[in-house]
Ligand binder design. Structure first.
Ligand code: ATP
Length: 377
């Protein structure tokens, strides 16, 4: 790790107040709305991810921060300054793309030096900064190679070094690991996380990979159809999703449609269409449930337990059923259980059993009300 570069990045003008704020930002392309009314505030030094399905507006949001697009309405602020009219090259940000965007005819060293040369940095400064950036991404011994002589992971490291050499206040990462195979992707995730921790600068990552967002981020914004659906820490997003979309998009869940039978201070009694009676937790922010209202209950597969005998400890949310399907996943077992009412739930259990239960075995599926969330339909 280059102490010099990390120290200078921490203290440079660039990191003085590296927050990014979007206020009511909308962007249309030829009359088609790509994002609408987006409000975001990314804190200095935060690892912030924008997550959502294809076409939801993640890249457009990032490009508005980078300065590659201008908002149709609303304001983009970086370090407190409105940058709507500031061109990309004058913003204290740098972008790393999935495609690496390296110059194939230039060596690794020249690729990293390119931006500094354009800015008119002196020869000595270029030498020092490129050496530091190469060290930071552990690519010193590859300086004289050309991009086509590198693996995907090595190319992405060069792309990172090329962005970091400019000492940005904010690193914008647009699916930077999207082209890598799973194993390399995991390895690069660890390296990205280490880089972020060592440099202390703001990272904004666009990804459609929920596991990547959960494992790397301080906070995540989940987008849907051009709007922000929820912003929160990984555990808030996973444990307390505010909408059925967020519950379903982040991880797997059982979303069961039903109607509210009774509203209690912290819980709801819900009856599913097939007649299952469930006690569900409600989030503090969701205060306006009414009797007979259509809702969903969300229960994560790993929160459901199974037993062959009726459990004595659970009186609510405990249902008889039969195994419909068992899938062996190595570390885990995946079950589909058809309950007596006809409702089906998927269940994920750690693989600790010596012997798998028989297909079609009679079982009890049960879960705690705190693991069962009521969400407005
Ligand atoms: P993906 O994960 O597939 O990259 P995304 O969430 O990043 O998707 P965007 O690339 O931001 O989505 O696109 C949002 C919407 O805006 C899409 O409907 C897209 O077709 C549209 N869009 C984006 N850029 C342009 C453009 N330059 N011209 C016209 N439409 C565009």
């Amino acid at each position: 790790m280059s102490q010099t570069l990390s120290a200078s990045l921490k203290t440079s003008e660039a990191t003085a107040k590296a927050d990014v704020v979007l206020q009511q930002v909308s962007k249309s392309f030829e009359g088609e709305i790509a994002i609408r009314g987006v409000d975001l505030s990314v804190k200095q030094g935060e690892f912030f991810s924008i997550l959502g399905p294809s076409g939801c507006g993640k890249t457009t949001t990032l490009r508005l921060v980078a300065g590659f697009e201008e908002p149709t309405t609303g304001e983009v602020l970086i370090q407190g300054q409105n940058v709507n009219r500031v061109p990309a090259y004058r913003r204290p940000v740098n972008t790393v793309f999935q495609s690496y965007a390296l110059f194939n005819h230039l060596s690794v060293w020249e690729n990293i030096a390119f931006g500094l040369r354009i800015k008119g940095c002196g020869k000595r400064q270029v030498q020092e900064r490129v050496a530091e950036a190469l060290q930071l991404v552990k690519m010193e011994s590859f300086a004289q190679r050309f991009p086509k002589q590198l693996s995907g992971g090595q190319r992405q490291r060069v792309a990172l070094a090329r962005a970091l050499v400019n000492r940005p206040a904010v690193m914008l990462l647009d699916e930077p690991l999207g082209a890598l195979d799973l194993k390399l992707r995991k390895q690069m995730q660890v390296e990205l996380s280490n880089l972020h921790r060592e440099l202390g600068i703001t990272f904004i990552l666009v990804t459609h990979d929920q596991e990547e967002a959960l494992s790397l981020s301080d906070r995540i914004a989940v987008m849907r159809d051009g709007e922000i659906e929820q912003v929160g820490s990984p555990s808030e997003i996973y444990e307390s999703p505010r909408t059925p979309f967020v519950a379903d998009f982040i991880g797997d869940t059982n979303l069961i449609a039903g109607r509210v039978e009774e509203v209690e201070p912290a819980a709801l009694r819900v009856k599913t269409a097939a007649g299952l009676k469930v006690l569900a937790r409600r989030l503090e922010s969701n205060q306006d449930f009414k009797t007979s209202q259509s809702i969903y209950v969300s229960v994560r597969p790993e929160k459901i337990r199974l037993s062959l005998e009726a459990p004595t400890t659970h009186k609510v949310n405990c249902f008889a059923g039969r195994l419909k399907h068992i899938m062996y996943l190595g570390t885990h077992l995946h079950f589909v259980v058809e309950l007596a009412t006809g409702d089906c739930v998927t269940v994920l259990r750690p693989n600790r059993v010596e012997q798998l239960p028989d297909q079609h075995a009679q079982v009890y599926a049960y879960w705690s009300p705190k693991d069962c969330l009521a969400l407005a339909a």
